[in-house]
Design a protein around this ligand. Structure first.
Ligand SMILES: O=C(O)COP(=O)(O)O
Ligand SMILES: [Mg+2]
Length: 235
């Protein structure tokens, strides 16, 4: 793909890169599944399968919890789901937060090629930030547990700014923090959230082909390129 081949040259078109977390660097589906099912048990609600959860990840924890509650309440045949979701939400959030922090990283795996890719980007002189829709309090210990924290000058979560991806704001703020022009800042993500946010912010964007894209084929998302591994960012 055209973008990637010249990152390594001395006149790189990029000063910085913004890397998504869930589905791009770490396969966190196991953590999500464990924490959400412990939460559902606390709420005496039916369990949810990992395959369902996969389609709900990417728009932050609030969206994830509401989607999971909606799904299981429908399964349980409960009427007036909307009312039930909001009445359950505060207890669900408290339980989920407790369980997620307890399992964080234990059922999660770094995708092959991630360390190699991050190392190569740093070696090419790019400043790196991790920008995720996950709460910052989940993201920071996860990166540390997986030995990825030292690659990043900045880590921003879904609660760092007023709006989350797919809004342009978190990317623009991250570019500012990295002191990099959006046009010279490469976004690397796994979903339409990342691509839409990048397009809106004016950042070039490459998507990985192995992550979570709301259950849809990632190559149908408008992006500047697709890679099967972060290691392939530097051809
Ligand atoms: O928690 C989420 O919704 C996933 O977040 P991310 O893909 O932006 O890292
Ligand atoms: Mg992601």
């Amino acid at each position: 793909m055209k973008l990637v081949n010249f990152i390594g040259l001395s006149h790189s078109p990029y000063d910085a890169a913004i890397i998504d977390l869930d589905g791009t660097m770490v396969d966190t589906l196991g953590d999500f599944s464990e924490a959400l099912n412990r939460m559902l048990q606390d709420l005496r609600l039916p369990a949810i399968a990992a395959g369902q959860i996969e389609q709900m990840v990417g728009k932050g924890s609030e969206h994830l919890l509401r989607s999971v509650l909606k799904h299981v309440l429908a399964l349980a045949g409960q009427a007036s789901e909307a009312i039930n979701i909001e009445s359950l939400y505060p207890a669900a959030w408290a339980s989920y937060q407790r369980h997620y922090l307890a399992v964080n990283g234990q059922h999660a795996l770094v995708y092959p090629g991630v360390e190699e890719g991050l190392h190569a980007l740093r070696h090419a002189g790019l400043r790196l930030a991790c920008l995720t829709n996950k709460p910052t309090s989940f993201a920071v210990p996860l990166l540390r547990a997986k030995g990825l924290d030292s690659y990043f000058a900045k880590v921003f979560g879904g609660d760092s700014f007023e709006r989350k991806k797919p809004d342009a704001l978190p990317l623009l703020k991250t570019c500012e923090a990295l002191q990099s022009e959006p046009a010279r800042t490469l976004m690397v993500g796994d979903s339409s959230n990342d691509a839409q946010a990048a397009r809106a912010a004016g950042c070039p964007v490459v998507l990985v082909t192995y992550g979570y894209n709301h259950g849809l084929p990632v190559r149908t998302v408008d992006a500047d390129g697709y890679v099967d591994s972060l290691a392939h960012l530097l051809a």
